[in-house]
Design a binder for this molecule. Structure first.
Ligand code: FPP
Length: 249
């Protein structure tokens, strides 16, 4: 990321800076198809996808969007070929290592959510170092979901709460939405306002099932590696045309 000295750099004039989503979530889909269309191996699509992600993070900073959460690897993605899984794990590790200095200087606060118990130890260490180095940063909150599944996250939260009930720390009647939210990986983040999914698929794919309850969905046919500043601008324009009612009339 190139260092910038002021905020809201180059916010397009047709966007209302008072009505930007504060938290954007993205399902980064279409890397494989992007590569296939060009006759490249799938991993090239993931490399270009990482470039698109870097640019989107920079754009969030420039345009004053305070949180970005992306789905990098689902619990189902272990079903891909060993070569592709290994490549993705190494790509994540490299990103957290190579981009760390820049994330620190750009005030990005990195968080990684998901079940990190069975990821490669070297990736775990890279995540740990990057989290620690960025923990006090005040800029964009950048959350990467790795080995993440929304249902599993809710089940784990329920297990923790049930243990607390068993220990007599809380009563069943005390359990409410707030308590459940506090036991999710995203406990200290506001819920996403906008979910972007690329490559035209209209599925939530086990991503942030609880947290997306009132998010606006934006699906684009653009494949993730092509999701650039212009495509993000379109997503934000579309978002600003919505009237968010949160279930009210
Ligand atoms: C989905 O496209 C993409 C993934 C499973 C991996 C996402 C990873 C990146 C964008 C790399 C950068 C991320 C980080 C955190 C460094 P797909 O492979 O399912 O594409 P397809 O549906 O066209 O096959």
């Amino acid at each position: 990321m190139t260092p910038k000295t002021t905020s809201l750099i180059e916010l397009p004039a047709d966007l209302d800076c008072t009505r930007l989503p504060q938290h954007v979530a993205a399902i980064m889909d279409g890397n494989g198809r992007w590569a296939k269309k060009r006759g490249f191996p799938r991993i090239v699509g993931h490399q270009r996808g990482a470039d698109a992600l870097r640019n989107l993070l920079r754009c969030c900073k420039d345009w004053g969007i305070s949180a970005l959460t992306v789905y990098a690897f689902s619990t189902e993605n272990w079903g891909r070929s060993i070569e592709e899984v290994d490549f993705l794990m190494t790509l994540f590790e490299n990103l957290f290592q190579i981009e760390l200095a820049e994330m620190v200087s750009e005030q990005v606060k990195l968080e990684v959510v998901g079940n990190l118990e069975n990821i490669p130890p070297s990736l775990y260490d890279a995540i740990d170092r990057a989290r620690t180095a960025t923990q006090h940063n005040q800029g964009v909150r950048f959350t990467v979901a790795i080995n993440y599944g929304g249902r599993q996250e809710i089940v784990r939260a329920c297990q923790t709460i049930a243990t607390q009930v068993q220990q007599g720390l809380i009563r069943p009647a005390d359990i409410d939405e707030n308590i459940l939210s506090q036991h999710l990986h995203t406990a200290d983040l506001p819920d996403p306002d906008l979910l972007i999914r690329t490559s035209g698929e209209m599925r939530i794919s086990n991503f942030l099932l609880w947290q997306l309850a009132y998010a606006e969905f934006y699906v684009t046919d653009t494949l993730w590696p092509d999701f650039d500043r212009r495509a993000f601008h379109q997503a934000l324009l579309n978002y600003q045309q919505r009237h968010r009612r949160f279930g009210k009339i």
